[in-house]
Write a protein that binds this ligand. Structure first.
Ligand SMILES: Cc1cc2nc3c(=O)[nH]c(=O)nc-3n(C[C@H](O)[C@H](O)[C@H](O)COP(=O)(O)OP(=O)(O)OC[C@H]3O[C@@H](n4cnc5c(N)ncnc54)[C@H](O)[C@@H]3O)c2cc1C
Length: 374
């Protein structure tokens, strides 16, 4: 493409949404994607995954998810939707184009790949979090004879048949992978280090996300206070399950700590019936398993680390340290940054759904870019 208005890095939901919103304003963009397909990350998520945000709040700007989809679309449906989104807006990412550096070049941005550079007045970073799996390490881990993987590599329970599996972490991936294993009859234990928060996926027949959206104008602490009795009723007693409950309300927890509660789709019932066991945090590894914080030992053939992601975008943009916080996350996403023409999309954890947030941010970015160009 000759002289694009914007170079977009990444052809996941955020990159596609930004390209579409820009094109609706008559602005040209080039999308650089290191993989060979659209929505590469959604293609490789674990097989049973369904959105935990509802269809109505998970579509991108200009094209709702099809009405024929269920309330919580499957991973395959999300991928099909992303393909139809690209077709609808005539988006053609340049595949096999891994962006190595994004630097200022006068009043423009130069985006370097191994096969060449692209220059434009705007650069939009839509690289997601998938490249940054966080895998903590424990004493004794090198001597462990079993297999350790990160949850982002888990696909299905088949390789674990007949094995004892430890899933580490009680976020949505950890909870669902433990459920996947338990439903396949596999001996599964969850290692849970700290206090947890559990929410039903639906409350009074409505997706829990709708409640968060309805209350987004309230201070999180107030909304949490109002919701607490109903949520307690919906989740039921969690006493004697070996889980320590987070005292902060869910909206406060997301706002203050960037931690998303577990949206329960069956994990809790499996913990209650004993088919998922719960233990504390890991203190160290042994050759055949782990010792937990309470010193009790457990033997495991495999360990799945559902320990989240820790993105750090500083190596991609080494010359603009002012746009990042101490961990390398952009200080501002979906709005103008301190570097004119540089934007990030979808880099913030929100209570109201990532895909929904991506749509809001992409729409706002296109508006800002159009204003800058005009
Ligand atoms: C298991 C799981 C379940 C989730 N479920 C939901 C849900 O139900 N609802 C919801 O709203 N959100 C959910 N999310 C959050 C989800 O990640 C986002 O909604 C969405 O996929 C993020 O889109 P993105 O475009 O920002 O990132 P991604 O989908 O990760 O896409 C980023 C793209 O950028 C490319 N890329 C990265 N670096 C470079 C580079 N240097 N050069 C070129 N290309 C690059 C990648 O290959 C990728 O294609 C879930 C996340 C996970 C991990």
């Amino acid at each position: 493409m000759i002289d694009p208005d914007a170079v977009i890095v990444g052809a996941g939901p955020a990159g596609l949404a930004c390209a579409a919103t820009l094109s609706r304003r008559g602005l040209k963009s080039v999308i650089l994607e290191k993989a060979d397909t659209i929505g590469a990350v959604w293609r490789r998520h674990y097989e049973r995954l369904h959105l935990h945000t509802d269809r109505g709040h998970s579509g991108l700007p200009g094209l709702p998810m099809p009405r024929s989809y269920p309330r919580y679309p499957s991973r395959a449906q999300v991928v099909a939707y992303l393909e139809s989104y690209a077709a609808q807006f005539d988006l053609h990412p340049v595949f096999h184009s891994k962006v190595e550096r994004v630097r200022r070049a006068g009043s423009r941005w130069r985006v370097d790949t191994a096969s060449g550079s692209h220059v434009a007045r705007m650069a939009v970073i839509a690289t997601g979090w998938a490249d940054f799996p966080h895998a903590p390490r424990w004493p004794g881990q090198d001597g462990y004879r079993g297999n350790i993987i990160h949850s982002s590599v888990y696909r299905n329970p088949a390789p674990y048949a007949g094995k004892r599996v430890l899933v580490v972490g009680f976020g949505n991936s950890g909870g669902e992978i433990a459920l996947d294993l338990a439903e396949a009859g596999i001996d599964v234990t969850l290692a849970v280090r700290g206090p947890v928060k559990i929410l039903p996926r639906d409350l009074l027949g409505l997706p829990i996300l709708n409640w968060a959206i309805l209350q987004k104008w309230m201070p999180p602490r107030l909304a949490d206070l109002l919701n607490a009795p109903l949520l307690r009723l919906a989740v039921g007693s969690t006493r004697h399950l070996g889980l320590q409950m987070e005292r902060k309300g869910p909206l406060t927890m997301i706002a203050e700590d960037g931690r998303i509660p577990l949206l329960d789709i069956g994990t809790l019932a499996r913990i209650r019936d004993g088919s998922i066991k719960v233990r504390g945090g890991i203190a160290r590894f042994n050759h055949d398993g782990v010792a937990f914080a309470d010193d009790a030992a457990g033997q495991f053939d495999a360990v799945i680390l559902a320990t989240g992601f820790r993105p750090d975008l500083r190596p991609l943009l080494p010359e603009t340290p002012g746009v990042f916080d101490a961990r390398g996350l952009p200080l501002i996403t979906g709005r103008a940054t301190s570097e004119p023409g540089l934007f990030f999309c979808g880099q913030r954890v929100v209570a109201t759904g990532q895909l929904r947030e991506i749509g809001i941010e992409a729409t706002r970015i296109a508006r800002l870019v159009a204003r800058l160009q005009g």
